[in-house]
Design a protein around this ligand. Structure first.
Ligand SMILES: NC(=O)C1=CN([C@@H]2O[C@H](COP(=O)(O)OP(=O)(O)OC[C@H]3O[C@@H](n4cnc5c(N)ncnc54)[C@H](OP(=O)(O)O)[C@@H]3O)[C@@H](O)[C@H]2O)C=CC1
Ligand SMILES: CC(=O)C(=O)O
Ligand SMILES: [Mg+2]
Length: 550
């Protein structure tokens, strides 16, 4: 029985009257149950066991789950989200215990609306994270195993922005998988077929998006972890038609623009070189790499540079090397940044590419573990007083360079942010703190702003203003510690500031269906946003005098 199921008079009693609720131990309420949950969580030996424990806790008592999460974000977010959510997805068919999201299958084509109508949240639903499981983190096509990524992102909406749990909808589109081992796994929970071709998938997605609007008229859709071609395709097709955005392209773009603004200031302060002289090398040119590269054009345009000048400061690399315009069969999304200023044999080795580009910043979105080798990092260090190195691939097992190596190989001069979390470390008597360049800092605030303003669309300006708000949100102490992102413990406050910036941008772009906020000043609007943030109701005895604090 959960405590929330007890009569409230019982819950508020200092101890239980024997016989009133005989299945609850009489002095249970004299103890702090949250501390008991934390101890149980910490007793599990693997990340996956912790994930399963937390999922069970959420089912038994959602209020308690969110209370424990909000009080221990640094410890728990890496379990519900990257890196452990990657393990949960990879083995989801085997660890599955209960329904916890919505599956819409290719076999439901023609009846998608009826499937969506089964969701209990109904008209109160405000935000859906939708994946088709085709590129979960950097782990590839996990098919129907992808649902935990939607669940994890929504937990961050709830914890990070204060979105009400009952207004969230985790969705996995079960369209098949091209990963043979899942098709052969007797426990695989998805449809046993290969993924559809473009025509079949387009027809499915058109019906799905229309049905989503019919069933959940106020809902914002976050596309998550679609393979790169489909990520760009459905964002382009749907962004002006529906309330939607793509987290891997736009959310990642915004969060890295934000961290880059702060990193470039630190780097330029050390080198004395102007901000406009930064040159950025992208290792990886998929949805995330190109999404971030496009968003970083704003870094230069905010400094007054033209689009051509900005573009000339950005270089992209894929599995075939430096991307040049003369390459045959170049995919559409790679054309914009393809270089026309390199003649010669293809440049395929990263150190050769760095030698040619002389970048001030190296950003990894490649899924290649260890790609930033000692040679690569030392070369960056020899070219820059303070090199900016962001290995952004997730989960941590696919990160381009570990934090400890980056610190060691640059003698501590690196300005570092990774996609998955690393711990602070000591090197030659000094403590260094890494940044986490992950879209989790941005999407909760974008979502909150879009939901409150009832934005018809998520515009480019809303995304850019979210990035600028995040980059300006560092406290004095965080700035003096030379951080590029604020500390995660402040994410609720920061999400509120991002939501404010998003609402103002929605107003300027005239996409705010809720125009009531137009007459509110910034302080009043910020107060309103904070008041709207959902809090778990504290039913658990936090003041229990005999409860040991862990
Ligand atoms: N930190 C964050 O917030 C986020 C991080 N990510 C991470 O970014 C990563 C990439 O995601 P996404 O862009 O969607 O994935 P893709 O698979 O579409 O992109 C990977 C890119 O890396 C390139 N690549 C692969 N192998 C090599 C190699 N040996 N040398 C150089 N380039 C190589 C690929 O080249 P080619 O095109 O030739 O195949 C492709 O351009 C994932 O790990 C994901 O978790 C994503 C979103 C947010
Ligand atoms: C963080 C994220 O969205 C990704 O790695 O795909
Ligand atoms: Mg993603």
């Amino acid at each position: 029985m959960s405590l929330t199921a007890l009569p409230s008079s019982t819950v508020s009693a200092p101890g239980l009257v024997p016989g009133l609720a005989p299945r609850i131990p009489p002095y249970f309420l004299n103890t702090d149950h949250r501390q008991r949950c934390l101890a149980q969580l910490r007793s599990k030996s693997t990340g996956l066991e912790k994930y399963i424990y937390l999922s069970g806790l959420k089912e038994r008592d959602p209020n308690l789950f969110y209370e424990v999460l909000l009080g221990n974000m640094l410890e728990i977010i890496p379990i519900l989200y990257t890196p452990t959510v990657g393990d949960a997805c990879s083995s989801y068919s085997h660890i599955w215990r209960r329904p916890e999201g919505l599956y819409v299958s290719i076999e439901n084509k023609g009846h998608i609306k009826q499937i969506l109508q089964t969701w209990p949240g109904g008209l109160a639903s405000r935000i859906a994270v939708v994946t088709d499981g085709s590129r979960i983190l950097g782990l590839g096509d996990l098919g129907a195993n992808g649902l935990p990524i939607s669940i994890g992102k929504l937990d961050l909406y709830i914890a990070g922005a204060g979105i009400k749990p009952t207004s969230t909808v985790p969705i996995c589109l079960d369209l098949g998988t091209n990963t043979q081992k899942f098709l052969e796994d007797p426990l695989y929970i998805g449809v046993r077929r290969k993924r559809p071709g473009t025509t079949e998938m387009d027809a499915f997605m058109e019906e799905f998006m229309q049905a989503m609007r019919d069933v959940f008229p106020m809902l914002l859709v976050q596309f998550e972890d679609f393979s790169t071609d489909n990520a760009f395709r459905y964002l382009d097709l749907f962004r002006n038609q529906y309330r939607c955005f793509n987290d891997d392209i736009q959310g990642t773009g915004a969060v890295i623009l934000s961290g880059f603004i702060n990193a470039a200031r630190l780097s330029s302060a050390a080198s004395g070189k102007p901000l406009s002289e930064h040159r950025i090398l992208f290792f990886g040119a998929g949805s995330a790499g190109i999404g971030v590269a496009k968003q970083l054009l704003s870094f230069f345009s905010l400094l007054g540079l033209s689009e051509e000048e900005a573009k000339s400061s950005i270089y992209t690399v894929d599995s075939k090397g430096l991307i040049t315009a003369d390459r045959k069969g170049l995919q559409e999304h790679k054309k914009f940044f393809a270089r026309t200023d390199y003649q010669g044999p293809p440049l395929t080795n990263l150190t050769d590419i760095i030698g040619f580009v002389k970048p001030t910043a190296l950003l990894g979105l490649s899924t290649i573990r260890g790609a930033f080798t000692e040679d690569v990092v030392k070369l960056m260090s020899s070219l820059n007083t303070r090199p900016i190195i962001f290995p952004l691939s997730n989960p941590v097992s696919l990160c381009e360079v570990d934090y400890s190596d980056a610190i060691k190989w640059t003698n501590g001069s690196v300005i570092f942010a990774s996609g998955s979390p690393y711990k602070a470390m000591e090197f030659e008597g000094k403590v260094y703190e890494p940044g986490q360049g992950n879209n989790m800092y941005i999407f909760p605030g974008i979502g909150m702003g879009a939901i409150l303003s009832k934005a018809r669309h998520v515009t480019d300006a809303m995304v850019e203003q979210a990035a600028i708000a995040l980059s300006s949100s560092l406290s004095q102490e965080e700035q003096s510690s030379e951080l590029v992102y604020p500390r995660l413990a402040r994410i609720r406050d920061i999400s509120a500031q991002i939501a404010l910036a998003v609402i103002r941008a929605a107003q300027k772009d005239d996409v705010d269906e809720n125009t009531l906020f137009r007459n509110l000043g910034d302080n009043a609007l910020l107060d309103y946003i904070k008041a709207k943030q959902w809090q778990p109701c504290a039913t658990h005895n936090s003041n229990a005098s005999n409860a040991p604090r862990l």
